[in-house]
Design a protein around this ligand. Structure first.
Ligand SMILES: Cc1cc2nc3c(=O)[nH]c(=O)nc-3n(C[C@H](O)[C@H](O)[C@H](O)COP(=O)(O)OP(=O)(O)OC[C@H]3O[C@@H](n4cnc5c(N)ncnc54)[C@H](O)[C@@H]3O)c2cc1C
Length: 408
């Protein structure tokens, strides 16, 4: 294009995380040749966050390994990546976004990929705690690790537990304070929450369950009973909130994320949302779901690109996520709530932490599966979830029976 020439408006992506980077990649792969801009608040190349609480936090992996594409990729694919630039308003009536410096960027289609941000408990001193979302957060947390140093982690969710494992690996004394009766209780239920409680205790974590936290002080964390858990650093891992401020201010439909249809289109026909921010009408699950996991940010962009290009697009992948803690690696596929689950059954060695767990409803239909230190089974168990038919539980839990033969 000639210098100084105005380029026709194209696709603007707000947010330079995994979902944003994968959206522009999918657009180019699917043949879109119009203008593409990513406006990214972080002054970084788009990167993946899972290593920030695992290999990168443990000092075992370089940050570059987490980067989605090298810098030259964006120029080679004619993508205008504006790092360190924030979108401050959406002007849907003008098809423009407004930047922090007051400039405006026009679009024909707009993709919101603004992700999520860590929550903080509403207690005195909460603002002094570390959180873990960005490259810089991971660096700051790692600096607190070391023999004889004391880290208190508030919240036994995925981020808190992974950070605890990395800290223990560096010899740090770790206390985890969790309000619920077990770690991960809301996501996995009591049977599997117990597995993670044992895992961390076996690795020397002082796990306080049912903890009532009153305050974060300069000495540590004060509990409601007046006792103080001494700490050199406190990490707050109590979940994230979707960054919906822009969408709300622009009048888009928002309810626990930006509401999108099966094609990831918001309540405005030219505006889409992907990744952690998207509350998606899932065609297979038959209800809305907002998934705060890597796989969704990785794959929803293919659907959004197809929808922008006018295709008959629909995102119907089952929710999937993974975690690594110490020598435990796991994957989870499907979606089971405690209300839907009648029982959890196990194939393999639960005590030895090498098994596949299945969440079953009252009619023995598989809602979800989690493989722990057992690999290459996700593609085999997915059809059981998708079939929505009762299984023979004896065969399901028999390690000798192929998954294809467990139908009821
Ligand atoms: C430490 C950590 C470990 C994780 N580990 C796992 C794991 O093991 N397995 C798993 O499945 N998932 C994991 N996740 C979750 C996974 O990383 C997220 O689901 C994923 O990052 C979501 O991608 P996203 O692009 O939607 O959002 P984000 O990654 O949050 O990216 C959004 C980007 O948008 C930018 N932005 C926001 N507002 C604006 C604005 N107004 N203007 C411009 N830019 C803006 C933000 O700065 C951010 O860079 C982990 C997350 C974290 C934080």
């Amino acid at each position: 294009m000639a210098e100084g020439a105005e380029r026709a408006a194209g696709v603007v992506v707000v947010g330079g995380g995994l979902a944003g980077a994968k959206t522009v990649e999918a657009l180019r792969e699917q043949g879109y040749d119009g203008a593409v801009t990513i406006v990214a608040a972080e002054d970084e190349l788009p990167y993946e966050r899972p290593p920030l609480s695992k290999g990168y936090l443990a000092g075992e992996a370089a940050f570059e390994e987490a980067v989605v594409h090298p810098e030259e990729w964006y120029a080679e694919h004619d993508v205008d990546l504006r790092r360190g630039t924030e979108v401050t308003a959406l002007h849907l009536e003008d098809n423009e976004v407004e930047l922090a410096d007051g400039g405006r960027v026009p679009y024909t289609s707009l993709v919101l990929a603004t992700g999520a941000e860590p929550r903080r408990l509403p207690i005195p001193g909460a603002e002094t705690a570390l959180t873990l979302r960005t490259h810089g957060d991971s660096d700051r947390l790692r600096e607190t690790f070391g023999q004889g140093r004391r880290l208190v982690v508030i919240g036994a969710g995925w981020i808190g537990l992974e950070a605890a494992a990395a800290a223990r690996g560096a010899g740090t004394d770790v206390t985890v304070l969790e309000a619920a009766e077990l770690p991960l209780l809301g996501v996995l239920g009591p049977e599997m929450g117990e597995v993670f409680a044992r895992l961390h205790r076996d690795h020397g974590v002082d796990l306080h369950l049912g903890a009532r936290i009153a305050e974060i002080t300069s000495d540590g964390v004060r509990l409601a009973d007046g006792s103080v858990v001494a700490a050199d650093a406190v990490l707050m891992g109590v979940g994230v909130s979707p960054r919906t401020g822009l969408a709300e201010a622009a009048g888009l439909a928002v309810d626990n994320g930006v509401l999108v249809d099966a094609a990831l289109r918001t309540s405005h026909p030219h505006v889409f949302a992907v990744g952690d921010i998207a509350n998606h009408d899932h065609p297979v699950l038959g209800h809305r779901i907002r998934v705060e996991h890597w796989n969704t940010a990785l794959h929803q962009p293919e659907t959004v690109a197809a929808a922008i290009l006018g295709g008959d697009a629909s995102y119907d992948d089952l929710p999937y996520f993974f975690s690594d803690q110490y020598d435990l690696g796991m994957e989870y596929v499907g979606h089971a709530t405690r209300e839907d689950t009648a029982r959890v059954v196990v194939r393999g060695d639960l005590a030895g932490r090498e098994f596949v767990a299945f969440w079953l409803d009252g009619e023995d239909r598989v809602l979800a599966a989690m493989n722990v230190n057992v690999w290459d089974v996700v593609d085999e168990v997915k059809p059981l979830i998708l079939a929505r038919r009762p299984v023979d539980v004896g065969r399901l839990t028999d390690p000798g029976t192929p998954y294809a033969d467990v139908g009821g």
